[in-house]
Write a protein that binds this ligand. Structure first.
Ligand SMILES: C=C(O[C@H]1C=CC=C(C(=O)O)[C@@H]1O)C(=O)O
Length: 373
């Protein structure tokens, strides 16, 4: 019986996801229209569109992403039908790269950052976990479990797959890249992390240590400076707090800064701002070109939609876009999970392995992957 947990259509024609359900935070619906293209080429969309468009763009900004028009009144059936108890059983987990290889890559990038002859200030290195389970995974059930954390925005959306069935991008992100409401804009970048502890005193200690960590504050400052420099030319006013605050999810502490601005031109398209911002040093690094080289030289997989951006834009050009973090790409009975960490000169390779392990916790729990696997 549990094999039938997925009851919605899985056979979208190649290159389209029409008729499939999508969920982003509190909003959901059935896809009735889709537009594809790189973020920069879709930047004019939104204004003039008949309805709110939802979408996702990959990490690489020149690659195509998707904007979807939804039939909004429809609550996707799987949300009611998902059988939370019918969890697919994990069979095998493959690390890409191994933890040792990841630690070596971190050490090499930290050394590059420490070298005053190279311009690299920070690079975000990720690793992936490839999971195989004993039956088809239910992406909506996974998203529903992730969404139990009130500090994240959970999402589940189909991506056109190479084969007949859609691939699903599922996750729960804590990071707001850009919200635009009229002339008001907000970005709330996160960078600098510590695993949360079950014991309250230890948790408070982890939080205080993160706030005082010079390494994490350096990592964070690079992101805030970058976002300030990108947004400032668009803004009549831009408020950037001097020091970061602490933000949380159920399993992580993060350094966060809430940046608020007022646009000079209220007509500035939301997606134009997004195209200018993405990818920030919270997921890439700085300077961008050197960071992308470091990433390409270190990561033995394609990030695809991990560390991209997802959200919506509406007819009055308002929108809300998140960083595609704490996610997995689900296809049938397989899932690829992603987690990354910002590397600066003072990064300790073993601690960055531990940090990425902690960032997998939410998705591992949602997928029922035991610590031992
Ligand atoms: C790149 C990730 O997290 C980013 C967001 C928050 C904290 C981060 C950090 O401390 O490195 C990362 O910049 C990830 O979760 O895969």
């Amino acid at each position: 019986m549990s094999d039938l947990a997925i009851s919605y259509p899985m056979s979208a024609p190649e290159g389209a996801c029409l008729g499939l359900p999508l969920r982003l935070g509190a909003r959901s619906g059935i896809i009735e229209e889709s537009i594809s293209g790189p973020l920069s080429s879709l930047a004019a969309r939104g204004a003039g569109a008949a309805q709110r468009l939802f979408g996702a763009f990959p990490f690489e900004r020149d690659l195509p992403g998707w904007l979807y028009g939804l039939r909004p009144e429809t609550e996707p059936a799987p949300v009611q039908q998902a059988r939370i108890d019918a969890v697919a059983r994990p069979l095998a987990l493959n690390r890409l790269p191994s933890q040792d290889r990841y630690a070596e890559a971190v050490a090499a990038v930290a050394a590059q950052v420490a070298n005053p002859d190279t311009p690299l200030r920070k690079a975000v290195l990720a690793r992936a976990l490839d999971l195989r389970t004993d039956r088809a995974l239910d992406p909506f059930a996974v998203a529903q479990r992730l969404g139990a954390d009130p500090h994240v925005t959970a999402y589940c959306l189909p991506l056109p797959g190479a084969r007949r069935a859609a691939r699903w991008l599922v996750g729960a992100t804590p990071e707001l890249l850009l919200r635009k409401t009229g002339t008001a804009i907000r970005s709330h970048p996160l960078a600098g992390s510590a695993r949360r502890r079950a014991d309250a005193a230890e948790d408070a200690q982890a939080k205080a240590a993160l706030l005082g960590s010079e390494k994490d504050n350096v990592e964070h400052r690079v992101v805030v400076e970058y976002i300030h420099d990108i947004l400032a030319p668009y803004c009549a006013d831009l408020a950037v707090p001097e020091a970061p605050q602490l933000d949380r999810t159920a399993s992580m502490w993060h350094l966060g800064t809430c940046i608020d601005g007022v646009l000079r031109d209220p007509e500035t398209p939301c997606l134009e701002l997004l195209a200018a911002l993405h990818p920030t040093p919270a997921v890439a690094g700085a300077p961008l070109r050197e960071a992308l080289q470091a990433i390409a030289g270190s990561e033995p997989f394609d990030r695809e939609f991990y560390a991209g951006t997802l959200g919506w834009v509406d007819a009055s050009n308002d929108g809300e876009w998140h960083v595609t973090l704490r996610c997995a790409m689900i296809e049938g009975s397989t899932a690829r999970l992603f987690a990354g960490a910002g590397i600066v000169a003072a990064s300790d390779p073993r601690e960055e392995v531990a940090e990425t392990r902690a960032k997998f916790i939410a998705m591992r729990r949602a997928l029922g992957i035991s610590e031992g696997l």
